[in-house]
Design a protein around this ligand. Structure first.
Ligand code: NAD
Length: 495
């Protein structure tokens, strides 16, 4: 259905147009807006995407409803066989997937490969669901039995961001499909190609047509998904501004909704922290994926005298090679926004320890070098807003208590971490920070499968987590069946 993607290096490559996938067919979206998909490393158009409309959502829902009627009757063990096959295909196509992702998002080869492998890990959780989701059953009183069944919701939808085009859809698809639903995916219009490849993989794995439809586009399609009466649940991952709108709009129509938002993650560094471990970790956390991760470090809360660590972080940051250690940012607009935060912080009195402004990659494109800002105050935009770029703001405090207060004051609550060699300090931090995903000497404390992914505060709207068992519960509804059978006089009719 979808031709192989041929990129095999950092060299520029072109791709097929990113159209819709409905009923297993590539279909031109019905909107009138067509935009270029730009390769961030080169700044050149590698494909185009035409925006879909509410009419495309109607078509996708009708196709999904038809496919759902049969799919819901499949035993979960049979559904999961398709996930196993999809996993094999992903491993077979690992190189192709890695380069596709690197081309459309700008990540380095290593970062892209890591994303594909993490996506596969999420899929593996889905493969294990027949074993995990065995119905619970109990004789609650003599002759009376209670049983819990997890049943599909029907047609469900997911809306995903630009920064993990392959992995984030796989936060939702395995649980939703294994749970017996039909899925409509609206990928980010900036990176719509990985979604096409995902559809091709599931089709090759034997997923019946209509169970994974893709509608390309932006706001109009998302609003249509929120409003559509034929869609039972919506998962969203993106910025807090949009997460809030989408959560409210979907919930207003009675849908089940879970919307993960943005972040401003704090790393607390105390004087007893291990210099080497902390340095490597802090730099990897704020510069990995060019800082475009919802788990990236954004603020370093330097408690007391941690200058040896800050000096080492500075030296390591200065040694980074653009294009090898770090890729570009997603777009011209992102580059200007990030540079704007650095300009603003400098104007307000912050010290630019390492300056990424004006960086250039080898082939054009959109680059900001890794940037360290010192003496940032918490009320500067660089100290409290999500920058979503490779910028670390150092805020100096005297006590651990002040560090906790600043972290707690952030509107967000995705991730937080402490660097220390003291068990007591680590324990205290894990009790006091206000974040859903916390690290001890780990700067990107992503809960690996089977632990669910999700933050607190303005980093998440809705209940539960996106992955793991919570994800399965989100995409299914429990039916409780209580049974009592009268004793039959003729029970021994076989005798
Ligand atoms: P975004 O919010 O701009 O877009 C996300 C999705 O929403 C896209 O599919 C987009 O088309 C759609 N959208 C955009 N504007 C909309 C509107 N007004 N109404 C309805 N839909 C709209 O986010 P992005 O720039 O693609 O991704 C970066 C953001 O995502 C960052 O804030 C990052 O922290 C966040 N993110 C969060 C997590 C998490 O797990 N919490 C994970 C990844 C990314």
């Amino acid at each position: 259905m979808i031709p192989a993607f041929n990129g095999r290096s950092n060299d520029f490559a072109s791709y097929i147009p990113a159209d819709n996938v409905i009923d297993g067919q590539i279909v031109k979206p019905s909107g009138t807006t067509t935009v270029d998909i730009l390769n961030p490393r080169h700044g050149k158009a590698m494909s185009t995407v035409t925006f879909g409309t509410a009419a495309d959502v109607d078509t996708a829902v009708a196709s999904a409803q038809k496919a759902f009627a049969d799919w819901k009757t499949w035993p979960i063990r049979e559904r999961s066989q398709i996930l196993y096959k999809a996993r094999d295909i992903m491993l077979r196509d690992l190189e192709e997937l890695t380069w596709l992702l690197s081309h459309e998002n700008g990540k380095t080869y290593g970062e892209s490969k890591a994303e594909v492998l993490k996506g596969i890990e999420c899929l593996e959780y889905g493969c294990s669901l027949p074993n995990l989701a065995a119905n619970e059953s109990l004789e609650v009183s003599r002759g009376v039995n209670c049983e819990m069944r997890y049943e599909p919701l029907g047609v469900v939808a997911g809306v995903t961001p630009f920064n993990f085009p392959f992995m984030v859809p796989l936060w939702m698809l395995p649980q939703a499909l294994a749970g017996g639903n039909a899925f409509i995916l609206k990928p980010s219009e900036v990176v719509p190609l990985s979604a096409l490849k995902l559809a091709a993989i599931f089709q090759e794995a034997g997923l019946p047509d209509g169970l994974l439809n893709i509608v390309q586009g932006g706001q109009e399609v998302v609003e249509a998904l929120c409003d559509h009466p034929g869609i039972a649940a919506l998962g969203f991952v993106g910025s807090t501004r949009v997460a809030k709108i989408v959560y409210g709009r979907a919930a207003a129509t009675g849908k089940r909704a879970l919307a993960l938002g943005g972040a401003k993650n704090h790393l607390i560094v105390v004087p007893d922290a291990d210099v080497k471990l902390t340095t490597e970790n802090v730099v990897a956390s704020f510069s990995g994926c060019a800082g475009q991760r919802c788990m990236a470090a954004s603020v370093l809360l330097a408690v007391g005298d941690v200058d040896p660590i800050i000096d080492a972080v500075k030296a390591k940051t200065e040694a980074m090679v653009l294009g090898t250690d770090m890729g570009p940012v997603i777009s011209q607009a992102a580059m200007e926004r990030i540079n704007g935060y650095i300009d603003d912080a400098e104007k307000r009195g912050a010290t630019v320890l390492v300056d990424g402004r004006g960086a250039a990659g080898p082939d054009g494109g959109y680059w900001v070098g890794p940037t360290l800002l010192d003496n940032v105050s918490p009320d500067m935009p660089a100290g409290c807003e999500e920058i979503f770029g490779p910028v670390l703001s150092i805020i100096r405090v005297d006590t651990l208590e002040q560090a906790f207060t600043l972290e707690n004051n952030s509107a967000y609550g995705n991730a937080a971490a402490i660097y220390t060699t003291s068990g007591h300090v680590a324990k205290l931090a894990m009790e006091r920070v206000s974040a859903g995903m916390c690290g001890v000497n780990i700067g990107v404390p992503v809960p690996r499968e089977p632990f669910g992914f999700g933050g607190w505060n303005d980093s998440k709207f809705g209940h539960g987590n996106m992955t793991g068992w919570d994800g399965f519960r989100f995409w299914t509804r429990p039916r409780k069946v209580t049974s009592k059978w009268a004793l039959q006089k003729d029970w021994n009719w076989m005798a």
